[in-house]
Ligand binder design. Structure first.
Ligand code: XBP
Ligand code: MG
Length: 252
């Protein structure tokens, strides 16, 4: 029977809910430090998530607010470096946990000899810091490749970051599974022809993912099962490699 050979993970919003109480807070701290009169509220930040990439998000916001100082790309990089420092500081305080079921499923996949990989828009240091903080020093080595940030010219929703991962793993897209939380992530994985499991969050629960293998609240734990939002009549579940295998086998 055909089986998935690799699980490819998005980071922000999928491994952990990093956006509202992590990245957003760090952006605001950086704006303050640089002397910019900007404060991104939770609602505004939700809208700005349509733009992937921190530098790109700042650039977009400034260009749509002409009364604000229009920074050079060098200054945007400086503000973004400050933001990364604040974000890393925030991660080391350990207040951002992994989402339910993530640590369990990663461990189960390792035991089942399914390759693990990461495909994310965020800065590489942010990924390694999150992994270290939540899964320990060695967890970086669980992943065959951590593809992150500016290594591709076109960020999500373009398929590029997933294609880099597939090329490194040496497998065709239909033998991988992507884990995503957002529309941009979904489109990125789908444009690379990879089947996607969606775990939505407060910023993405209204979105529709018609071709997802499953859309869930989260991955679930045996004591805290997750609802399937695309099949509300199904019993809540805790996603395992066995269940993913069953969904995978139904792909036509
Ligand atoms: C994540 C992003 C990133 C983070 C900020 O999207 O869009 O921009 O918000 O990270 P995805 P940087 O989960 O789809 O990869 O500031 O390091 O870019
Ligand atoms: Mg995401």
């Amino acid at each position: 029977m055909r089986k998935p050979e690799a699980y490819i993970w998005d980071v922000d919003g999928t491994l952990a809910d990093t956006e509202r109480d992590g990245h957003r807070v760090a952006f605001n701290q950086a704006f303050q430090k640089f002397g910019l009169p900007i404060e991104w509220t939770e609602t505004l930040y939700g809208q700005l998530l349509a733009i992937t990439g921190g530098k790109e998000r700042i650039q977009f916001y400034l260009s749509h607010n002409p009364t604000l100082p229009q920074l050079s790309s060098h200054d945007i990089e400086t503000v973004h470096k400050m933001k990364t420092e604040f974000y890393l500081e925030l991660l080391t305080t350990g207040t951002i946990p992994l989402r339910p079921g993530v640590a369990r499923l990663l461990r189960q996949a390792k035991t089942a000899h399914i390759q693990l990989a990461i495909a994310t828009t965020t800065t590489p240091d942010n990924v390694t810091a999150l992994l270290k903080q939540t899964l320990g020093e060695q967890s970086r080595n669980w992943f065959s490749i951590i593809a992150a940030g500016d290594i591709v010219p076109r960020k999500k929703p373009a398929p590029d970051i997933y294609q880099v991962v597939l090329q490194h793993l040496g497998i065709p897209p239909h033998l991988a599974i992507a884990f995503e939380d957002s529309k941009n992530g979904y489109e990125s994985a789908r444009s690379a022809d990879i089947p996607v499991i969606m775990t939505v969050n407060a910023y993405t629960q209204q979105d529709i993912f018609p071709k997802a293998l499953a859309v869930l609240e989260h991955l679930g734990e045996p004591h805290h099962p997750a609802k399937r939002l695309d099949r509300l009549t199904d019993a809540p579940l805790s996603v395992t490699p066995g269940i993913i295998q069953q969904w995978f086998a139904q792909i036509k």
